[in-house]
Design a protein around this ligand. Structure first.
Ligand code: ACO
Length: 467
């Protein structure tokens, strides 16, 4: 494993060059986040005109720091970056996070190349430039100027966009989406997605890798590495620049080439990468894949208290290549005892709007316990005879009693204020729950898509090995 990439996620010591005394300046906010999020390693602010920042002793240069420095966060104007890299390189820093803008994205490619050349001459790797930083929750590292209290979890999020990345960081906090890591890659002058994928594939804290991608420098390497990574864990990509005008916008944003949309699509599906159409879908899929176990069989059962919502999920599942087969007869017989005589015991199983809170939950649990069922999608429409918060409470305590989920369960809770409270509670507990039937169906379908794509990739890799 490249020690520079390891240092990016778990540095033993960090120097912040351009650490500022002024709240609101980037060099101040990065310092405040590193301290405030609870980083336990050594931290050295570097600023020639300050004696201390946020109570931490300051140094005029990286080379005047008494101990070793693993990571250097560079937050000084672009014209000073080469000089900082030279100084940090001389004392053996492993990785530099160049926050500064003013490089290739504004046509200054030669300065960007010089930064990388200089760093490489000392064996140092560069993340950026034009980035907001890095978060790695297992190390309590938040070396960014994004929101501070990121929630630990299983999603590693790599983003080529800065402001959007920061905004989505905030969204993960509000939506209670747990992340292992957030990496802003910016102009990708040196470290790029493939380097990070190689590391994250082996990272036990990362269950799913989500990438906001505008373009890649080395497409062949990206696809080769990605197809190896998907045999271990899923990769979800939101590809920006899908249209001609979007591609032009990409060029002026990070200086990347957005490439041909069809070429990307084909390459992604061959590599087993899940493609999300938008930000919402990307996080829905990632949260689902990160939180629940894989399906134990092809057979997906839908349990709903609303016929219309059942039809909508059937449509969405069909659009994702999943056709519902009749439920196993023993399951239908058990559920029959809980529901009115006019209930439908096909798939979706429509337990009707008359079902009680307890029996809605019991129906879900019976489906989950059936050995032939591989995954369950629960669809709940709020009615006057049921209470979404009670359903959530009963379900959580029953699943807790049996030690957690042993097969996938995703839920759609559709309704008013109380359903949103229930959704938050269920997501907090780790059951992916969505406010619309389509989102829940697409999320559970992604598990099957991943399984199929991974199997195809593994078959192809086997063929290559045997050839
Ligand atoms: N070594 C150490 N300290 C230095 C050096 C140096 N070579 N040069 C300046 N400093 C100090 C300054 O004295 C200052 O400290 P003070 O505020 O206590 O006086 C501090 O470092 C910052 O230097 P400034 O010259 O004030 O620079 P400023 O903070 O205004 O800007 C920055 C620096 C943030 C890197 C800016 O040039 C820049 O590139 N901004 C854009 C960053 C960005 O948006 N990146 C992309 C993120 S993603 C997105 O789009 C959101």
């Amino acid at each position: 494993m490249d020690p520079s990439i390891s240092a990016l996620f778990s540095p033993k010591s960090i120097a912040v060059v351009g650490a500022s005394r002024t709240p609101g300046k980037i060099g101040y906010e990065i310092m405040a986040n590193i301290l405030g999020y609870g980083y336990g390693g050594r931290l050295y602010p570097v600023n020639p005109t300050a004696s201390e920042i946020l109570g931490v002793k300051c140094y005029p240069k990286v080379s005047s720091i008494p101990g070793e420095v693993d990571m250097v966060v560079v937050s000084v104007p672009s014209k000073s970056v080469v000089e900082v890299i030279e100084d940090a390189g001389k004392v053996g820093a492993k990785v530099a996070l160049v926050i500064s803008s003013g490089f290739k994205e504004v046509g200054n490619a030669s300065l960007e190349e010089e930064v990388v050349r200089k760093a490489r001459s000392y064996g140092m790797r560069v993340l950026g430039p034009n980035i907001f930083g890095v978060v790695y929750t297992p190390s309590r590292l938040n070396a960014s100027f994004g929101p501070r209290n990121v929630i630990p979890g299983g999603i590693a999020f790599i983003t080529q966009s800065g402001a959007l990345g920061i905004a989505l960081m905030g969204m993960t906090i509000v939506e209670k989406i747990g992340v292992s890591s957030i990496v802003s890659v910016g102009n990708k002058a040196d470290i790029e997605d493939a380097d990070l994928l190689e590391y994250l594939a082996e990272d036990p804290n990362t269950k799913v890798i989500l990438i906001y991608l505008e373009g890649v420098n080395d497409g062949r390497r990206f696809i080769k590495v990605a197809s190896e990574v998907v045999t271990k864990k899923p990769i979800v990509v939101i590809k920006a620049g899908r249209t001609e005008v979007g591609a032009k916008a990409v060029a002026s944003h990070t200086g990347s080439l957005a490439g041909n949309v069809i070429v990307y699509k084909v390459a992604f599906s061959q590599a087993g990468i899940l493609q999300a159409n938008d930000v919402e879908e990307a996080f829905d899929i990632s949260r689902t894949l990160a939180n629940i176990p894989p399906p134990t069989s092809e057979r997906l059962v839908v349990v709903t208290n609303g016929g219309g919502a059942g039809v909508l999920v059937t449509d969405t599942l069909a659009e994702h290549g999943i056709s519902l087969t009749t439920p196993p007869p023993p399951l239908a017989e058990q559920i029959r005892k809980l529901v009115p005589p006019f209930a439908s015991l096909a798939n979706p199983i429509d337990v009707t709007g008359m079902i009680s809170n307890e029996n809605y939950v019991n129906s879900l649990l019976l489906a989950l316990n059936d050995p032939e069922v591989g995954a369950v999608l629960g669809v709940y429409c709020q009615t006057a005879v049921t209470d979404p918060t009670m359903i959530a409470g009963i379900l959580i305590s029953k699943i807790r009693e049996v030690g957690g989920l042993s097969k996938p369960l995703a839920l759609a809770f559709i309704g008013g204020e109380e359903t949103y409270m229930a959704i938050r509670r269920l997501n907090d507990f780790g059951i992916p729950t969505f406010p619309t039937p389509e989102r829940a169906a697409a999320a559970i379908a992604s598990m099957y898509s991943y399984m199929r794509m991974r199997n195809n990739v593994m078959l192809r890799l086997k063929e290559v090995l045997n050839a």
